[in-house]
Structures are given as structure tokens and as C-alpha cells.
Design a protein around this ligand. Structure first.
Ligand code: PLP
Ligand code: COI
Length: 365
């Protein structure tokens, strides 16, 4: 099996007009518009990874018996391409996305994609669609690599054929309200992931399983659902597409705490980066269990000063209010706190080349 695959390049014969690109980039929203091209790479048990292509963005043909349509072997990643001050385009820790993609693949009995091929697939697409990478500070080009099982067969077993695809979508704020604090719903009726399950994988089924609870959160007037552990329904895990951070105290002695990786929550790359950045800024950092009782009690006493969600799509989004079956509480009156703002600024300026990248977290695409 080789990692150096030649790409067959077929440019889109009818790319979006410059006016259309400008119109989309003026108001990209999230995940609504797609660029002119996509990358596809095929896998078969006999040939390994083969047939790498850069081709026009278009519908994919699947056999109706393709196993993803029946048994759901489907994983994905999410990362962004950022315009740098010198006009080049870089991504933030894409090697970590490649590693997580392979960890998801192992959990779902799918083949691993060599890291270099994952990075190469991003470079191919970004090179072809560079004009879709926004210039504005809050915006970027969201890259969505994914893999689905394509073998036409109904036997319940790992597929022997797969399709890997990368698509790209210009992205602005994930939440319609921008960087305003969100209200979250604590889900005790539904669980996202159980011990031994697929919660630590970026597996499509986790998101399917979350939708009914997300709808319940919306019915409660909330923006997002917060998942609790499956066993005691007491320990905070994460949100639908974001990890959570809690700030205790204030000023230089503030402590930044995030739920420990239980095996049921996604090991976010933003989460891991913020643990490092918060320590660099001089804050105490801790990964440990946090219960819903602690959350409410310490928000009410004022010891818990800030809560925020973080992820590639959502960047850092403050959590202002929490609602659960028995009531509602606010964190510091529902305002965005200074540690949240400072960490957001540190992270985004690093991603956009505004400060020195001392850890080599930026990779030019
Ligand atoms: N948790 C879930 C369930 C996610 O889907 C995501 C997004 O990828 C995250 C957390 C945050 O991960 P990252 O920071 O790597 O984007
Ligand atoms: C991301 O942040 O990349 C995510 O995947 C979250 C969500 C859009 C699923």
C-alpha cells in the first residue's frame, strides 16, 4: 500500500463566477455553500487506497446496497483553512485531525488513511479552491473530510470498499447570534454515548443520536444540548459539537477546568490546544469530572465565573444560561467573561498568524 498516490485533476468546467464567490463570502453562514471542487479517494481490500481525484463538486453515486446506507459506517473530520497575513493559507494542527480520523476509523472497523494522504487531500482541495478562503478575521474555509462504506452487500460485517471525500464550505459564525453567550439544556432523558460505545469517535451515528435531544433543547428555548454521562446522568461530558470549559475564580489565580476524557466524549483539538494556551497564560488547568450539582451550586455562589464551549466550528462560544428539568441558572449574570475573551483572542490570533507559532501548530496548505 503506497501513501504517495498521484491525483487525477479534473477542473470544474463551470466554476462559480467571481460575483457569486463574493456574494457567498459576504455572508457565508455555516455549511450552506460549497466550493467548486472535491477530493475523492477509493479504498478496496485488494488495492488499498487508490484512484485519488480532484474533481468538480457534484453528487456521489452509491449502490442502494452500499453498506453505509444500512449499517452506518461513516466517520468525518472538521478543520479550517485560515488566510494568513502574507496571503498564504494555513490549517491549525491538521495532523491531529488526521490522527483522530484514524482513531475513528479503527473504532468503526474502517481502514486507516495514511496521515500524509489526509494532508495531501486538503492541499489539493485548497489549492484548487483558494479563492473561496475568506479574508475577514472571523471567517475561514471549513474543510470536511469524511469516509463511508461503499461495498454493495447486506451482510453485517465491515465493508471491503470505502470512499473518502473532502468537501469545503466557507464559514462564518456557527451560531446565528455570532459570539453572544448561548443558553444550554442539560439532557437527562437522552444520552449521546455510553462507556465502550462510539462517543470518542467522530462517527456520524453520534450526531444522528443527538438530534432528538437537540430538538428538545430548542423546544426549551435553548441553543444547544449538554450531554451527561450515560450511567449516572450527572457528570458533564460535552455539547453536540463542542467541548466545555469551566472557569473558577478570576484574575491571575483563575482555574480553567474541562471534563476529563471519559472515553465517551470527543477529544477535541480545540480543547487540547486551549489547555496548553491557558497554562501559557498562567492559569491553573485541570481535567477532571464536573457534576451538574457542582455547576449549579458554584455558579450560584459565584465561585464558577465563566463557562464556554469550544470546537472548530464554534471556536469559543460563551455559555450564559443553563436550563434543566427543574429550573434555570445563569453564569455571572449571563455575560461573556474575561478569560473566555482572552482565550478566544489567543486562539484566533494564533490560527490567523497574528502571533508567533512557537509550537508549529500551523501547517501551510
Ligand atoms: N465534540 C464534538 C461532539 C464535536 O463534534 C466536536 C467538533 O469537532 C468537538 C467536540 C470539538 O472538537 P474540535 O475542537 O477538534 O473541533
Ligand atoms: C466541528 O467543529 O468541526 C464539528 O464537527 C462540529 C459540528 C459542525 C458537527
Amino acid at each position: 500500500m503506497t501513501t504517495e498516490l498521484p491525483f487525477t485533476r479534473t477542473p470544474n468546467p463551470t466554476p462559480a463566477t467571481p460575483d457569486r464567490v463574493a456574494e457567498v463570502l459576504a455572508r457565508p453562514g455555516f455549511g450552506q455553500y460549497f466550493t467548486d471542487h472535491m477530493v475523492t479517494i477509493r479504498y478496496s481490500a485488494e488495492q488499498g487506497w487508490h484512484d485519488a481525484r480532484l474533481e468538480p463538486y457534484r453528487p456521489i453515486a452509491l449502490d442502494p446496497s452500499a453498506s453505509v446506507l444500512h449499517y452506518g459506517q461513516a466517520i468525518f473530520e472538521g478543520l479550517k483553512a485560515y488566510r494568513q497575513p502574507d496571503g498564504t493559507i494555513a490549517s491549525f494542527r491538521p495532523e491531529a485531525n488526521a490522527a483522530r480520523f484514524n482513531s475513528s476509523a479503527r473504532r468503526l472497523a474502517m481502514p486507516e488513511l495514511p496521515e500524509e494522504l489526509f494532508l495531501e487531500s486538503l492541499r489539493e482541495l485548497v489549492a484548487a479552491d483558494a479563492r473561496w478562503v475568506p479574508e475577514q478575521a472571523e471567517e475561514s474555509l471549513y474543510l470536511r473530510p469524511f469516509m463511508v462504506a461503499t461495498e454493495p452487500a447486506l451482510g453485517v460485517r465491515p465493508s471491503s470498499e470505502y470512499l473518502y471525500v473532502v468537501i469545503a464550505s466557507p464559514a462564518g459564525a456557527y451560531f446565528a447570534g455570532g459570539v453572544k453567550p448561548v443558553t444550554v439544556w442539560l439532557s437527562t432523558e437522552y444520552v449521546r454515548a455510553a462507556p465502550g460505545g462510539t462517543g470518542a469517535a467522530k462517527f456520524a451515528g453520534n450526531y444522528a443520536a443527538s438530534l432528538v435531544a437537540q430538538a428538545q433543547a430548542a423546544d426549551q428555548g435553548c441553543d444547544q444540548v449538554v450531554w451527561l454521562d450515560a450511567v449516572e446522568r450527572r457528570w458533564v461530558e460535552e455539547m453536540g459539537g463542542m467541548n466545555l470549559f469551566f472557569v473558577f475564580g478570576s484574575g491571575p489565580s483563575a482555574r480553567v477546568v474541562t471534563p476529563e476524557l471519559s472515553g465517551a466524549l470527543l477529544p477535541g483539538i480545540t480543547r487540547s490546544s486551549l489547555l496548553t494556551l491557558a497554562a501559557d497564560l498562567g492559569y491553573g488547568v485541570e481535567e477532571r469530572r464536573i457534576s451538574t450539582e457542582e455547576w449549579e451550586k458554584k455558579a450560584e455562589s459565584g465561585e464558577l465565573t465563566e463557562v464556554f464551549a469550544c470546537g472548530t466550528a464554534a471556536v469559543i462560544t460563551p455559555v450564559g444560561h443553563v436550563k434543566h428539568a427543574d429550573g434555570t441558572f445563569a453564569i455571572s449574570g449571563g455575560a461573556t467573561g474575561p478569560v473566555t475573551t482572552q482565550l478566544r483572542e489567543s486562539l484566533t490570533s494564533l490560527q490567523r498568524g497574528g502571533v508567533a507559532d512557537s509550537r508549529g501548530w500551523l501547517t501551510t496548505l
